[in-house]
Design a protein around this ligand. Structure first.
Ligand SMILES: NC(=O)C1=CN([C@@H]2O[C@H](COP(=O)(O)OP(=O)(O)OC[C@H]3O[C@@H](n4cnc5c(N)ncnc54)[C@H](O)[C@@H]3O)[C@@H](O)[C@H]2O)[C@@H](O)CC1
Ligand SMILES: Nc1ncnc2c1ncn2[C@@H]1O[C@H](COP(=O)(O)OP(=O)(O)OP(=O)(O)O)[C@@H](O)[C@H]1O
Ligand SMILES: [Mg+2]
Length: 329
């Protein structure tokens, strides 16, 4: 079934997509293919008619004394996926380090300044999406600034991807994000348990990952949740998708940052395309599926070249070829 043209009814697509997206059963490749096609539907064409910035201006909020790699990975991934401009809002100390990694990023050393919230807020009208948390750390002053930045982003309707220490903040104050339908949370195993405990008071049920992700999303007022793992489980509180695109056995740090940065761009593209292009599925669900598939494909391709020595930098070098392979076929 070709989703889009060949799919007569949204409900037909839904039935296909609702089947487990596992490569271990006969329907799965077809299910994965259908979901990949939905992602293809939202990728904007490259034309001579566009101006710089139209395909995405993404901001990453993170980067402190300890962690400079994570915000770099997220921000450069956004650019490599196809954003036109990628900003990093980090602490003063982290800024020169991040700038030195890449001349392609716009780096603002503002997150620990007395006017941090104002300094970020003035950029918000120019941003299409914000990725909050990679390498943020857990300093109370920074977290308090980020809380206000999140409130300001919500007030402007800016889509937010929340990852890493941003999820630590949400676990302390779930109300910050509850009911905000333009938010996607991307917890790893430990971050998911922490959120689940904080929001539902549940210890994680490892047997029923789909149910656990669905329940967390519902309890947060249909915020989209991506639980990363052996399979990535994604839910908006109504649908559950699983992504089992082949990755690799390499679990080096930074892969989640690649995912959250990519997702920043894909969320913008999917929202811009709208539900008609995603056959009635939530654009954020489709964007999340795309970012998961892309990250895993990067891991797969990098591992084929570098084996055990694969690092996130090797994966980022695969973003272009992996994207073409998955979404430009
Ligand atoms: N190069 C860098 O600057 C990097 C910085 N990072 C940053 O490091 C900070 C802390 O992130 P962490 O992810 O370490 O979060 P946590 O500080 O919550 O630590 C999670 C711990 O759980 C462990 N863990 C992960 N998956 C697990 C699983 N499935 N089962 C059992 N244990 C598991 C990890 O080894 C880690 O020690 C964040 O700001 C993050 O963005 C990471 O993104 C990695 C790369
Ligand atoms: N056991 C696994 N098998 C295959 N892929 C996995 C496995 N665990 C995680 N992944 C993939 O690795 C990517 C990052 O997930 P991970 O759980 O490592 O995030 P993270 O801990 O937040 O990473 P980071 O080090 O960037 O913080 C995701 O695309 C996920 O699909
Ligand atoms: Mg992480």
């Amino acid at each position: 079934m070709a989703v889009g043209s060949g799919c007569a009814a949204v409900w037909g697509c839904r039935r296909v997509l609702k089947r487990a997206f596992s490569l271990h059963n006969a329907h799965s490749v077809r299910g994965m293919e259908d979901a990949l096609q939905l992602v293809r539907n939202v990728v904007p064409p490259l034309t001579a008619k566009k101006h710089k910035g139209q395909d995405g201006r993404v901001g990453v909020v993170g980067g402190c004394r300890e962690y400079t790699g994570a915000p770099y990975f997220a921000a450069i991934s956004a650019l490599k996926v196809g954003a036109d401009l990628s900003h990093v809002f980090c602490t003063q100390e982290a800024a020169p380090v991040i700038k030195a990694y890449s001349p392609e990023l716009i780096v603002h050393p503002v997150l620990d300044s007395p006017d941090a919230v104002h300094d970020v807020e003035k950029w918000l009208p120019r941003l299409h999406a914000l990725v909050v948390g990679p390498g943020l750390g857990r300093d109370d002053v920074l977290l308090s600034n980020v809380k206000d930045i999140l409130e300001a982003s919500k007030a402007r309707g800016i889509p937010v991807v929340i990852d890493a220490d941003g999820l630590w903040l949400i676990a302390q104050q779930p109300a910050l994000i509850r009911g905000y339908q333009k938010a996607v949370l991307t917890p790893n195993h430990v971050e998911f348990s922490r959120l689940s405990e904080a929001v539902l008071g549940d210890p994680l049920d490892g047997q029923d990952r789909r149910g656990a992700v669905l329940r967390l999303s519902q309890a947060l007022g249909n915020v989209t949740v991506v639980q990363k793992g052996e399979r990535d489980v994604i839910s908006d509180g109504e649908q559950v998708l699983e992504c089992s695109q082949e990755g690799s056995g390499r679990r080096c740090g930074g892969q989640g940052d690649l995912l959250s940065g990519s997702l920043g761009v894909l969320v913008h593209w999917a929202l811009q395309a709208g539900p008609e292009r995603t056959d009635g599925f939530s654009p954020l669900l489709v964007a999340a599926f795309g970012a998961c598939a892309l990250t895993r494909q990067c891991s797969h391709q990098a591992f084929q070249k570098h084996g055990r020595s694969t690092t996130t930098t090797d994966m980022i070098a695969e973003v272009g070829p992996a994207f073409s392979r998955l979404f430009e076929t």
